[in-house]
Design a protein around this ligand. Structure first.
Ligand code: HEM
Length: 319
């Protein structure tokens, strides 16, 4: 009896802690071993042709996972469409006209539902798809702990508050990740995802016209397609040498002062992250290992205790 009471007390204390601190879920790589043994193969069967057809899609899916996990945990909240009576995360500042890949997740979900009805959460699909995206772009792979649930709600204001912006200082990046239980080292490793993908001119214009900690040839090249006025949506690769390869070039670029966003170059600007950036730039294996571990840890962020969840049947709307 006393034991039961104490156990209940522990559960209650853990739940209370989840309200105060970011929570990490108890997940398992074998979660669907009996209920949907082919889920990983199905996810890969959609991701492989999608990335082959458009390598940037791999980058977009990696980012989708980050933007899901940083807002109320990895709960597929980002996938909910706005309706006349509901405003979710899709149109938050960092997501609108920017986050891509929703159709690829829909295609995976449709195939998964056809094999295993009402079993696999959209949040787990995003986590698997992000892992595959990294690997299909020739980066590392890892086992993905599974068992997430999908939220029944989402908040635009939380997305606006939690996702770091491209003008961030190193200190504010450290604190944005610390708020999610991620260390400065994990933040620096996760930022290495900017070795693939593209950014719009409006996000790096200030850097290429106004900053001094930037390679002059690189700045001149970027200015050619990102004018001082207009062209906000013009894209540039984060890494202009191997734009679609998940390698450690992000860090060699930073050391060469060829970081695209202000926030990127902040990680190599005479501050405390410089040594780690140098280490990753000199050793792609260490980066790949740290990145994989940090993705698993970020993937363990879960919604605050008490958030209603389910396994959504259609990732865009609640059941
Ligand atoms: C450290 C703070 C971060 C900031 C300030 C930041 C900011 C940005 C911005 C402004 C863009 C360009 C968006 C656009 O032009 O529409 C972008 C793209 C991207 N971000 Fe981040 N990001 C951060 C961290 C991360 C993390 C942790 C990941 C993944 C683990 C990530 C993955 C990506 C990828 C892959 C792209 C390219 C997406 C594509 O081409 O569709 N970012 N990020």
């Amino acid at each position: 009896m006393g034991f039961l009471f104490a156990a209940r007390g522990c559960v209650a204390a853990a739940a209370l802690l989840c309200v105060i601190l970011p929570c990490h879920a108890k997940l398992s790589t074998r979660f669907y071993a009996r209920t949907c043994p082919n889920v990983e193969a199905i996810v890969r069967s959609v991701m492989a042709p999608a990335v082959a057809a458009e390598p940037r899609m791999g980058a977009s899916i990696i980012r989708l996972f980050f933007h899901d996990c940083f807002v109320n945990g990895c709960d597929a909240s980002i996938l909910l469409d706005d309706t006349p009576t509901f405003t979710g995360e899709k149109n938050a500042g960092a997501n609108v006209n920017s986050v891509r890949g929703y159709e690829v997740i829909d295609a995976i979900k449709a195939r998964v539902e056809a094999s295993c009805k009402a079993t696999v959460s959209c949040a787990d699909i995003v986590a698997l798809a992000a892992r595959d995206a990294v690997n299909l772009l020739r980066g590392p792979t890892w086992n993905v702990p599974l068992g997430r649930k999908d939220s029944r709600t989402a908040t635009q204001s939380a997305a606006n508050a939690n996702l770091p912006g491209p003008g961030s200082s190193a200190a504010s990046l450290v604190s944005a990740f610390a708020a999610k239980g991620l260390s400065a080292r994990e933040m620096t490793a996760l930022s290495g995802a900017h070795t693939v993908g593209r950014a719009r001119c409006l996000f790096f214009r200030g850097r290429i016209y106004g900053e001094t900690n930037i390679n002059a040839t690189f700045a001149a090249a970027r200015r050619r397609t990102c004018p001082q006025a207009g062209g906000d949506g013009n894209l540039a690769p984060f890494d202009d040498r191997t734009p679609d390869a998940f390698d450690n070039a992000y860090y060699t670029n930073l050391v060469a002062r060829r970081g695209l966003l202000h926030s990127d170059q902040e990680l190599f600007n005479g501050g405390p992250q410089d040594a780690l950036v140098r280490k990753y730039s000199g050793n792609g294996k260490i980066f790949a290992g740290d990145f994989a571990k940090a993705m698993v840890k970020m993937g363990g962020l879960m919604p605050a205790a008490g958030t209603p969840t389910e396994v959504r049947l259609n990732c865009r709307k609640v059941n």
